[in-house]
Each structure stands twice: as structure tokens, then as C-alpha cells.
Design a protein around this ligand. Structure first.
Ligand code: SF4
Length: 909
């Protein structure tokens, strides 16, 4: 059977077709009719079904679990007991300490209906605005930027604008990895119209930057200076549209006066780029009949993220490049339904239907719509403020749903302290193993993708149906149902609630109520219904009453949703990042995303093949910085910031200029020793959007002398061992715990001891052998007690199922390869315990996988290019890059590299 639904990962919002037998998901493919992807999926989307395999289901949270006292373990309870207990604890906190002593921290992963109910529960029933979302970490600066300039939180563009643009300005986004299906559209547009200019602004030379006509590798946090300087050039060279400015905007004179100082030379100094390149970017933008900006976390996750958004939007207002095909400032959402959360006002400072909490009329209107006496005026706590309040002890009951703040917040040590000290923490999750779940007093099992119904809105305001194909496992329930069930129980305890304001029979009832809150607003969906979504497919808001079709582009009339219909210019000055490098902390640290992983990896982290492109956490550094510090590739280094330190392996990267370092944000405490990269990040926030500066900290990096290493691999087709081994991460100076494999699943534990640390004792090794199920009588054993070397290998039916190497680990790579590929050990058995990097036979170890869809490795691609194949012939030989296309930028880069190497060879260099 097939069910049409939506991908739950990134903000592109691709349509998917779920293949299933009504009990189990059996496959997934792109929906050819969905306007976001027309059948395409990226590596993450195309492996969604692998997060719903029977093995993956064994890792799900399937029953409510309650901790009756902080010192006791969680125990299974029924839903009635779980939610009665939750209602009692919340009611008690409200009674003793007031409504603001409770808080909700929800998520852009939720569906719009889920979001709506949680928001109403907090603001309407309990009377607290303490409901914020992980979208605060993702796009609140974009919200603030749109509202400050255009008057409403509405991205005015559509994906189809890519097909009409003559100039693309991609800022602070590695779209090639983070929004891959949309990036495929850019590649297609460039191929069709090679004259289209692509400018990429990013401190790193990412795959997106590699594809650009101009890469501006600005220093972190200097965006405002760059866009002000571009506006300076646009003004100086008469590229601005004075008629548009006169007729549709206000406040331009003050901005004009401000950007007079932002000469390309001045901005070039601040940004660390050539002034000529700033001029070139401005020329391309100004000369293009249609210019489109696409931007994401690089702009938003900053202590001046709102200003960065304003500065880029102003380029469009000043040139009149907005509201027409191929034009406009287009903020990409990171999460699948960050937009839906904004629509229902699911944040501490917003209200349903794009209303403002600070506006008395808006509060009164929402109170009337919800049938409550009032909505409190006091602003709620935004994400960073919320966890600070928890840390102070001001929050007595905290409900966290569908998000993992113990990994995703900045200044993580403090967040962990806060969660540990909070009197009552509810965690509503699909996984019992997230960093946050460890702090739960009550764990509530939530339905996952393919098990829940509702709607979500992608980056281009397009509302899609999310449909259930299979029932949730065990007792897991849809998020909105959990919130409604709790709300009804709380209504029966709290005084003054004779009739329920949560009388919904179906999720569609919730949608219909949400629809009413949008009537007459900029996002009016009065004409939209589940029925219309069923018959006509996804629609972009607004869809006002009487209309049965979405709106692809906003502000074509030049009239903006402000009091006087004009957009506003704001004079925004460049401000530096919150932390500045100095002699003690001389390096910048940036964080970002990997191509094949999603956020905290609670889902993608279950799929072994998604580790193949980037198998383990590393700190990326410029090669010169490594040389200066005596660091070689693979060395263990300490990354020390102002509030925390972590240990990682170092890896040279030519994507980084000197003094820049980079760690992917996905690796949390389930995958490495310590709390992960966000422990290094400051909790400094933008004053308007309250979004924290998650993309910049200053650090120093020092090489650590290691005494020994241990590597252990084990086939784990039941998928249970990764979670079971997590406590081991804390038993070594540094360790990583990942997966490998394609059809099979192999758990990979790597551990390091510093020079002063004694190797693991025999007892510890025995314990690890038991934990990894390597303790069977026929396990091969080698011990050299004098040198502290220990090796184990478990062979069954000539297949190597697991191995452990301690102190002498040179053979680790090929032995892991053998476990993963399940090859015969007949010829290789005698080499298993030999201290050799490769066995002296024809056995070839495969390198890192570049094309995940067709399982093609870096070595295979390099060998084919070296033999003279071009990209087209490589693709016809191996199919790489012909399915999802996520690897195409890397395939092109490798082709260019091979060509350059062969030219250098020809020249005898
Ligand atoms: Fe999902 Fe990939 Fe599409 Fe994003 S680009 S919605 S992750 S398939």
C-alpha cells in the first residue's frame, strides 16, 4: 500500500510516498506531484523507511515511564497514571508558585496541530506565556527581520523563483548539504541558464561555495558590514530603484546616511575579503533583472542575527527586487515545520495567526477565539531565558516535547545542571535515548513520522498534509492527543474550567480552529481545508476564504502589511561577534550540518549507512594552523573554550581559512565523550529575536599526547547495542560511538587514553567483551601482557562478527571493513592479530562512501577519474549521483581536483 505524506527532516518539505503493509513501513520514494521536490529526495529523505525498520522500532520509546523519586529509576506506567501524575504536578506548581512556574519547550519537528494545542494549553488554559520552541535556535532572527522591514513574518518568495532569478545570493547556508533537493533545483537552473550568477557568502568553502561564481569567505559574524557595503556600491553606481523607494518604503534617508561610511575598502577590512569582490557582488546583484537571496542559520544564529536579516532584505527593497518572479529575500527554514510553529504563534512572544503577544488587541482577540478570559501580557521566557530560569529554580515543572535541548542549546553544562535540578521534567519523545531523556521524571512515548496525521508548512509557506501510514508502536500517541488528554485532566483540577476548551475529536478539528485564527490576517487560510489539500495538493498561504488556490508570491503590489502599507528601512550598524579572539583563545569555532545527518541524530543516527560519508566526529582545521601546533591528521586535540572543553580528533580541511575551525553540530553525548560542540557556545542572544549565537565561539586547540587506543567493532543486526554501550563513553579520556555498515549494522567504539592514563585493566576488557557480546568461548584471544596489547576476534561460519584491538590498532581499518562487508575470513584469519595496516593479500579496503544511494566510495571514484573517465562516464559506469544527487558537488570537486593534479603532473610539479 502507499500513503502520500511529507518528509519530517528539513524545511524544503519534500513530498514522500510511504510504502507499507499497514503494519510496517517497507519503503519510501519521492512524490512526483509535490511542488517542493517533484519526486526527488536527498540521502536523508530516501532512507526514512530505515528509521522505521523492526530493529529501529526496538529503539523506540513505546510506554510511558515514571520516576517516582529523583533517586529511583524510571518504571513503566499506564497513560492514565502518567497524565494524572503530570496534571497533579503542574497543578501543584501553579497553585504554590503561580502559572509562570511551569514552562513548555516544544519543537519545529511538531506538526502545526500539535503546536497549536500546546500553545493554547500554556497561554489559554494555564495562563503562562512560558512556551518556547527550538525554532528559537533556528529562525527567530528571520522572523524579527521580516517583521522589522516588511511588517509581517512572511517569506515573500517561492522555490520556483530560483527558475527565474538572474542572480542568487546564498548567505550563511550550505544548501548543498542542508537543503539538498532545493540545491538540485539551483544546479538545474544554472545548467539551463549558465549566465545566472551565484554568489555564496560563507566563512567556509562548502560544497555550496564550490558551486558559486563568487565565494565571499567573510570572517564570522561580519555579514552586516558586507550587505551595507553592497548597498553603498548600489547607491554609488545608481543601481537603486528610487521610484520603488519613494512609493513603497520609508526610512531610506537614514540608511543612506549610514552606509556612506561602508565603503568596500572599510567592509573588506572588517569582512576579510577583497573590496573588489564586494563591488563585483553588488554589480551582479544590481545588474540582474531578478535577484533572489537565500539564507539560513549563518545569518540567524548570531547575537546580531536580526540586523543581518534586515541588512540583506534592504538590498531587495532598495533595488525594488521583491514581489516579482525571481526576486526577493528568502529565509530558508531549517526544521520541517518551523513555519507552522510561527503561524500558530508557538513561541514565547507570539500569538496565534501571526499576532503579537505585546499587542493588547491581539491578546484580546485570541482570548475571545479561545473562549478564555484573557491571555497574560507578561512575555514568556525565550529558550535561553527559560533554561536560565530552570537553573535558578524558578521553573518547578518543565515539559519538553520533540526536542533535545541537552544537546542543542548553547552553554550545555549549565543546561544539564538546570535539567538535573528541575523538580519535575516531562520529556515527550520517540526515543528513550536522547541526552535530554536521561533527565526525565516522566517519559511520554510520541508517535513518529509515518504514524501521525496533520499538516506542516515548508520554507515557501506551502502547507502539506502529513499522513499516518502505520499505527504507532506500543502505546505511543500523537503529540496533539497527549497534550489534549493532559489539558482535560488539568482543566478538571484547576478552578474555573466548567467546560473544556479542548473539545477536539480529530486532528482536523484542531486544524479548523487554527484556520479561524488566521482569518483576515496576512496568512489567512480561510479557503483551505483538509479536503482541499486532499483534492488539490499542497497550497501556499494565504488561501483566503473563497479562494481554492495558494499564493506563490507576496508584495507584488508594493503594498506591505504595515500601518501605512510601506516597508521600512532600518539603519543597522555592523557589530562584532559576542566573543573575540585573543592570545588565550586565538581561533574561531563555527558549527554546521553534515550532508547525511539530521540535528541530534535521534533518527538518522539509527541508520548505519548515513555514517558512511562522515563516519565520526572530528574538529576540522586549516592545515597551517595544525602545522603551527604540531598537530597531524587524526591526532587527539583538546578544544578549549571560555566555558567548557571537549576532546576530538583533528582533521585538516581546505574549506577553512586560517584561524577558523569547525565542528558539525550533530555529535552529542550519545556519540562522543562530553556534551558535544554546543557546550563551547555562548548563551549570548540577539536583543530582538533572542536567538543565541550558536555559530561562533572562540577556542584554543592543543594536541594531546595519547598513550593507547582501543577499537572495538561488533555486528548488531538487532540494533540494540549502540544504546547499551553509551555509558562506556564516560569511561575513557575520549571515546566515540558510531555505526557502520549498509545492509548490516556494526557498532564502532573507539577509545583513547592520554599518555598518563593506564591501559584498560583485564577486568575492564572482560566487562567490555560482555557488553559487546564478544565473550563467547570460541572468540579468538591474543594477549601480550608485557606490552599491554590485547586482541579479540569473533568468527562464526567464516565471517568476522566482531573484534577488539587494544594498544596495537593499525589493523583497525581493514578489520572494520571486513566486519562491515561480511567477507570470508578463510584467507585472512591468520592476519587478524598481525600489527599490519593492510593484509598482504588482494583484499582491498574501501574508502569513505561518497554516493550513499549507490554505495560508491571515494577510492573507486578517484581511480575512475585517474583512469580518464569524466563525470558523465563515471555516472554511466557506477550510477553515482544519479539518484538523490546529494553527492554531485563532491563528484564535481573530485573531478576538478583530478584534473588539476594531472596538469601539475604534466608540468612535473
Ligand atoms: Fe527531506 Fe531531504 Fe527533502 Fe529536506 S531535502 S525535506 S531532508 S528529502
Amino acid at each position: 500500500m502507499e500513503t502520500v505524506s511529507t518528509c519530517p527532516y528539513c524545511g524544503v518539505g519534500c513530498g514522500v510516498i510511504i510504502e507499507h503493509d499497514e503494519i510496517r513501513v517497507t519503503g519510501v520514494r519521492g512524490d512526483p506531484k509535490h511542488p517542493a521536490n517533484f519526486g526527488r529526495l536527498c540521502t536523508k529523505g530516501s532512507t526514512l523507511h530505515l528509521t522505521a525498520t523492526p530493529q529501529a522500532i526496538t529503539q523506540r520509546l513505546i510506554h510511558p515511564q515514571l520516576r517516582r523519586h529523583k533517586t529511583l529509576p524510571l518504571e513503566r506506567v499506564g497513560w492514565d497514571e502518567a497524565l494524572d501524575h503530570a496534571a497533579q504536578r503542574f497543578a501543584q506548581a501553579i497553585d504554590e508558585h503561580g502559572p509562570d512556574s511551569v514552562a513548555f519547550y516544544i519543537s519545529g519537528q511538531m506538526l502545526t496541530e500539535d503546536y497549536y494545542v500546546f500553545n493554547k494549553l500554556a497561554k489559554g488554559l494555564i495562563g503562562t506565556n512560558n512556551v518556547d520552541s527550538n525554532s528559537r535556535l533556528c529562525m527567530s532572527s528571520a522572523v524579527a527581520g521580516y517583521k522589522a522591514t516588511l511588517g509581517a513574518d512572511a517569506p515573500p518568495c517561492s522555490y520556483e523563483d530560483i527558475d527565474h532569478a538572474d542572480c542568487l545570493l546564498i548567505a550563511g547556508s550550505n544548501m548543498a548539504w542542508t537543503h539538498p533537493v532545493l540545491f538540485r533545483r539551483i544546479e538545474d537552473a544554472k545548467q539551463l541558464r549558465p549566465a545566472m550568477k551565484i554568489i555564496v557568502v560563507d566563512p567556509r568553502r562548502t560544497d555550496t561555495a564550490e558551486s558559486a561564481d563568487l565565494h565571499l569567505a567573510i570572517l564570522p559574524g561580519t555579514d552586516v558590514a558586507l550587505y551595507n557595503a553592497m548597498l553603498h556600491v548600489l547607491l554609488w553606481e545608481d543601481f537603486v530603484d528610487l521610484d520603488y523607494i519613494r512609493n513603497h518604503t520609508e526610512g531610506f534617508d537614514a540608511l543612506k546616511a549610514l552606509v556612506r561610511d561602508y565603503t568596500p575598502a572599510m567592509a573588506g577590512d572588517i569582512c576579510g575579503v577583497k573590496p573588489d569582490d564586494i563591488v563585483k557582488a553588488a554589480h551582479w546583484f544590481g545588474q540582474a533583472p531578478a535577484a533572489l537571496s537565500l539564507y539560513c542559520q549563518g545569518l540567524n544564529q548570531s547575537s546580531h542575527g536580526t540586523d543581518s536579516n534586515i541588512a540583506i532584505i534592504q538590498l531587495h527593497l532598495a533595488t525594488g527586487k521583491i514581489g516579482a518572479p525571481g526576486c526577493g529575500p528568502f529565509s530558508l527554514t531549517g526544521q520541517p515545520n518551523a513555519m507552522g510553529g510561527r503561524e500558530v504563534g508557538g513561541m514565547a512572544n507570539l500569538l496565534s495567526g501571526h499576532r503579537d503577544l505585546a499587542n493588547r488587541d491581539d491578546r484580546a482577540e485570541v482570548a475571545r477565539l479561545w473562549g478564555v478570559s484573557d491571555i497574560p501580557a507578561k512575555p514568556g521566557l525565550t529558550a535561553v531565558e527559560l533554561f536560565e530560569a530552570v537553573h535558578r529554580g524558578d521553573i518547578k515543572a518543565l515539559w519538553i516535547a520533540c526536542t533535545n535541548p541537552a544537546q542543542s542549546m548553547p552553554d550545555l553544562l549549565k543546561v544539564h545542571e538546570a535539567l538535573a535540578a528541575c523538580p519535575f521534567v516531562i520529556v515527550q519523545e520517540v526515543s528513550p535515548n536522547t541526552d535530554t531523556a536521561a533527565y526525565a521524571d516522566l517519559l511520554l512515548p510520541a508517535a513518529a513520522w509515518a504514524e501521525k496525521e496533520g499538516t506542516s508548512t515548508n520554507s515557501e509557506r506551502c502547507i502539506s498534509r502529513v499522513r499516518a501510514a502505520v499505527p504507532p508502536p506500543g502505546e505511543a500517541r500523537a503529540d496533539w492527543l497527549i497534550a489534549v488528554d493532559f489539558a482535560k485532566r488539568l482543566e478538571s483540577i484547576l478552578p474555573g474550567h466548567a467546560s473544556s476548551i479542548f473539545s477536539y475529536d480529530t486532528v482536523e478539528d484542531v486544524f479548523n480552529e487554527h484556520k479561524v485564527t488566521t482569518l483576515g490576517r496576512d496568512l489567512d487560510i480561510g479557503g483551505l481545508s483538509y479536503e482541499l489539500l486532499e483534492s488539490a495538493g499542497p497550497q501556499q498561504w494565504p488561501v483566503p476564504t473563497g479562494s481554492c488556490q495558494g499564493t506563490s508570491r507576496l508584495y507584488g503590489s508594493g503594498i506591505f502589511p504595515t500601518a501605512n502599507g510601506r516597508a521600512s528601512f532600518k539603519p543597522v550598524q555592523y557589530r562584532p561577534t559576542a566573543e573575540q579572539t585573543d592570545a588565550r583563545f586565538p581561533l574561531h569555532l563555527n558549527t554546521g550540518r553534515l550532508r547525511d545527518q539530521w540535528h541530534g541524530m535521534s533518527r538518522t543516527g539509527m541508520v548505519p549507512r548515513l555514517y558512511a560519508h562522515r563516519p565520526e566526529p572530528v574538529l576540522e582545521m586549516n592545515a597551517r594552523d595544525m602545522e603551527l601546533r604540531g598537530i597531524a591528521d587524526g591526532d587527539l586535540v583538546q578544544v578549549k573554550g571560555k566555558r567548557s572543553q571537549i576532546i576530538l580528533q583533528a582533521a585538516a580541511s581546505n574549506a577553512l581559512r586560517q584561524a577558523q575551525t569547525y565542528i558539525p553540530m550533530h555529535w552529542g553525548g550519545r556519540f562522543m565523550t562530553g556534551l558535544g560542540p554546543n557546550s563551547l557556545m555562548p548563551s549570548v542572544t540577539d536583543p530582538l529575536s533572542h536567538q543565541p549565537e550558536l555559530k561562533h565561539a572562540v577556542v584554543r586547540v592543543e594536541r594531546l599526547a595519547t598513550g593507547w587506543q582501543l577499537v572495538a567493532f561488533r555486528r548488531d543486526d538487532r540494533g540494540e547495542m549502540h544504546a547499551a554501550l553509551q555509558p562506556w563513553l564516560g569511561r575513557f579520556d575520549h571515546a566515540t560511538l558510531t555505526l557502520a555498515g549498509r545492509e548490516s549494522s556494526v557498532v564502532v567504539l573507539r577509545a583513547w587514553g592520554l599518555s598518563e592514563t593506564a591501559p584498560p585493566s583485564i577486568e575492564m576488557m572482560d566487562e567490555l567483551m560482555i557488553a559487546m557480546h564478544l565473550d563467547v568461548p570460541h572468540t579468538l584471544v591474543f594477549n601480550d601482557d608485557k606490552r599491554g596489547i590485547a586482541k579479540r576476534a569473533l568468527i562464526e561460519n567464516e565471517r568476522l562478527l566482531g573484534a577488539l584491538l587494544c594498544k596495537e590498532t593499525r589493523a583497525a581499518k581493514w578489520i572494520l571493513d571486513l566486519v562491515v562487508r561480511g567477507g570470508s575470513t578463510k584467507e585472512l584469519r591468520k592476519w587478524l592479530f598481525a600489527p599490519i595496516a593492510t593484509p598482504p593479500s588482494t583484499y582491498l579496503v574501501r574508502g569513505r562512501v561518497v554516493c550513499n544511494c549507490h554505495d560508491v566510495s571515494e577510492d573507486e571514484i578517484a581511480a575512475d577519474y585517474a583512469s580518464g573517465l569524466d563525470l558523465a562516464s563515471l555516472q554511466s559506469k557506477r550510477n553515482c549521483g544519479t539518484s538523490c544527487g546529494s553527492c554531485l558537488p563532491e563528484l564535481r570537486r573530485m573531478a576538478t581536483q583530478t584534473m588539476q593534479n594531472s596538469k601539475m603532473w604534466d608540468k612535473g610539479l
